[in-house]
Each structure stands twice: as structure tokens, then as C-alpha cells.
Ligand binder design. Sequence first.
Ligand SMILES: Cc1cc2nc3c(=O)[nH]c(=O)nc-3n(C[C@H](O)[C@H](O)[C@H](O)COP(=O)(O)OP(=O)(O)OC[C@H]3O[C@@H](n4cnc5c(N)ncnc54)[C@H](O)[C@@H]3O)c2cc1C
Length: 272
Amino acid sequence: MVAQGPTRRDFLRVTAVGAGAAVASGVLGRFDALAAYGAVPKLAGKTAIVVGSGFGGAVAALRLGQAGVQTIVLERGRRWDVNEAGSTFCAINEPDGRAAWLSNHPYIGANKHVTIPRYTGLIDRVEGDGIAAIAGAGVGGGSLVIGTFMPQPRRSSFQSVYPAGLSWDELNDVYWPRARAELNVTTIPDDILAHPQYKGARAWLDYIRAFGKTPERIPFLIDWDVVREELAGRRPAAQSRNRMQSMSHSEVARPPRSWRMTRGPSRKRGFR
Ligand SMILES: Cc1cc2nc3c(=O)[nH]c(=O)nc-3n(C[C@H](O)[C@H](O)[C@H](O)COP(=O)(O)OP(=O)(O)OC[C@H]3O[C@@H](n4cnc5c(N)ncnc54)[C@H](O)[C@@H]3O)c2cc1C
């Protein structure tokens, strides 16, 4: 994936000196935060390589491109062309090869035991030291698979994990509100929560109340009108069926269609 037309020679030159990753990761903190997203004369003629096209890689590539840097994005996974029928991805509980990255078993869902064709599918699993992580694989990275819940961490949780140099206050005052506004993040509306299909979500809320707590609705990156269309049977059900989470939902709000998630309806096998 090429963000800004570098030649093969440019690519080889940069990889040969091992500079690609260094430029992509190091330059972002310099040059007045990339001249606040405009051209940076000092970077003219440079080429950067960004490895991975997830949230982090995509933003790094965007800012590098805006700074006038020739930018190559390397992505190991395939590009998924999302179709209108909602059959681009397999359903979470009806997994096929699309569900997992080079594995004979899916990594999420209720049917992890089933055998699936080994394919460059959507979700990878990396074993760590006492912990295993799952992650998206494909153009868009994790954006292909996220449940689209967008909660904001509490100050205490954030500060217990992140270094002191990262300001919770600044994120809270500026960046999280900006991201929510840009993405049009909203909580589940009452009419959808009341729908019979959302019995599971209501049960979770009741469960929390039964413990004497007050449940909060989590912000989602969802276009609820699409959910309404699905629930009314006017478009193929995607997130409003086969759900694994407390709040089932449908297509994401506003961002590109390629941000769709794994839990779409499909019984098709011909996904290659
Ligand atoms: C099933 C699931 C559901 C999730 N739901 C939510 C949610 O609802 N809300 C939320 O906030 N977060 C959610 N997350 C977490 C979120 O997806 C990640 O925090 C986020 O994607 C991390 O962004 P990233 O850019 O660091 O990495 P990623 O988005 O994972 O991108 C990394 C990219 O690099 C590529 N890559 C890796 N190695 C190489 C290589 N050697 N060469 C080339 N390319 C490579 C990968 O294929 C991938 O595309 C979820 C994650 C999963 C797996």
C-alpha cells in the first residue's frame, strides 16, 4: 500500500539503510509535531516506511504524508473489499477461514473448537509470557475487527498503566473529546435497547443493578440508524445477529466501510 508514490528504488534505498521504521516512529515527536500537520521542509525528499496499517500505522502514515514525506505502508494482511450484501466477513459463531490469521481454529467466538481452512483471515493471536493477545490482521488492522466500544479510561486506571509523561488531563480535555466528536461516538438509544433482539444487553444492565451498581452505557462507534434498518429487516442483519457482546450493534458510524467488523452474516465459502 503506497500512500504517496515512491519508486521501487526509493523503497530499496530506505530499507537498505534500515531507516524506514526509524523515520516513521522517531520523526513524529519532532519538527514541532510535524508542523501541526502541514509540510515540513526539513523532511523534503525523505521516504518513510510504516509497518502495519492499523490505527497507529494509519495515523503515522497520514501525518508523514501531510508533512511531505514519501510514505510506504507495509501490511501483511489482505485488503477486504466490503460488499453491500454484508457477506464480506464470516459470522463470529459461523467461522470459516476468514476468521483467523493462518490458523485452523478461530480465536474468538463460541465455536473456537471448529476446524477452519488455514487462511490469511482477520484475527491473529500472539502468545506472550503468561499472556496471549489477539489482534486484527489486514488492511485497517484492528479497525476490521473491533467491537467499536469506545470507553474512556478512568484516571486511576490510566495512571496505573501509562508512564507519567502521558497526561490523562490533556487526553481528557482535548483528545478523547475530539476523537469522540470526529467519530460520532454515541451510546445505544432507548428504542434499540428496548428491541427484543437486545434482550441480552438489557439482561446485562439488570445484572449490574442486581449488584447494587448503576450501569453506564458505553459509547459506541455505531450508526444506530443502520441498526434500525437491520432490525426492521430492510438490510442484511450484521451486528444485530449472532452477537457475543452485551451490546450487539451494527455497522460503524461514518468511518469508511472498510471499518466493518467480523460479525457479519455470511454463509459463503468462496471468500478467496
Ligand atoms: C476482536 C477485537 C475486538 C476489539 N474491540 C475493540 C473495541 O471495541 N474498542 C477498542 O477501543 N479496541 C478494541 N480492540 C483493540 C484494538 O483493535 C487495538 O487496540 C488497536 O487495533 C491497536 O492499534 P495498532 O495500530 O496498535 O495495531 P493494529 O490495529 O493491530 O494494527 C497492526 C497492523 O500491523 C500489521 N502487521 C503486524 N505485523 C506486521 C508485519 N510484520 N508486516 C506487515 N504488517 C504487519 C497487522 O496485520 C495489522 O494490520 C479490539 C481488538 C480485537 C482483536
